[in-house]
Design a protein around this ligand. Structure first.
Ligand code: DGL
Length: 262
């Protein structure tokens, strides 16, 4: 099975991409709703949570892990690589590679949670590839709760998105990385606020392109992954709201099971 984890239900955007690009594989999802958000927690806490989330998925039979959460990818990925012996993919590198490839004016913007932005990981990786690129980052801490409230079209959402993106617009970026699981849900609104000339890079989309390529090149590994549509969705806390919003985002009724890994 392909194991996917996130701090909550936002990682369903990555599930959606796997269903689109790799429809034959069975998915096991874990969303840490009891401890969300990760985006304002310390690096030590995020590492611990990322370890437990990965361990849970492996014990349930995952043979490949996608860290859908940008915050966990930014802070916890190296630790996971050191501790587990199976293919693990993070969402940052593929998005960075895509942004560097498509930016023409070498001015790239990044939006994410406070912890992701403060980690400086996007900036560092972009500069490593091309030191001439200018990177402009913006933490958008209010967006996750608004998106989870399912407010994509409310005027308050439009106002806050505009406020966060305006400084990036002034910097005349031509590419914007959506560095958080939740942002693809409001991709259209972000596109409107940034203008059509700015290209958006969706990290969920890019990570799955990377996993797909990996599976094409690693047939032995590919054979180990269970096929079928009996996907399993686990949360560490189940609420009616999560059930409702999760089903809406996935555009199909999703039945969450309670994960117990204490
Ligand atoms: N999943 C987180 C991320 O992609 C956003 C939500 C949170 O802060 O936990 O960074």
């Amino acid at each position: 099975m392909i194991g996917i984890f996130d701090s909550g239900i936002g990682g369903l955007t990555a599930v959606k991409e796997v269903l689109k690009q790799l429809p034959e594989y069975q998915i096991i999802y874990f969303g840490d709703t009891a401890r969300t958000p990760y985006g304002n927690k310390s690096s030590e806490t995020i590492k611990k949570y990322a370890f437990q989330d990965t361990d849970f998925l492996i014990k349930k039979g995952a043979k490949l892990i996608i860290v859908a959460c940008n915050t966990a990818s930014a802070l916890g990925f190296q630790d996971l690589k050191d501790k587990f012996n199976l293919p693990i993919f993070e969402v940052i590198t593929p998005a960075v590679e895509k942004a560097v490839l498509i930016s023409k004016n070498k001015r790239i913007g990044v939006i994410g949670t406070r912890t992701t932005i403060e980690s400086g990981i996007y900036q560092n990786l972009i500069k490593k590839i091309d030191s001439k690129i200018e990177v402009f980052s913006q933490a958008c801490p209010l967006l996750v709760p608004l998106i989870e409230e399912n407010w994509p079209k409310k005027p308050e959402m439009k106002m806050i998105v505009k406020k966060y993106l305006y400084p990036l617009k002034l910097k005349q970026i031509d590419t914007l990385i959506l560095g958080c699981t939740h942002y693809p849900i409001i991709k259209d609104l972000i596109q409107i606020k940034m203008g059509q000339r700015v290209k958006l890079v969706d990290s969920a989309e890019e990570i799955v392109i990377k996993v797909k390529k990996f599976l094409e090149e690693n047939k032995e590994m590919e054979k180990e992954l269970a096929k079928g549509s009996q996907h399993q969705f686990f949360l560490s806390d189940i609420t009616a709201k999560a059930q409702e919003v999760g089903s809406k985002w996935l555009e199909s009724k999703v039945k969450f099971q309670l994960a117990n890994f204490e």
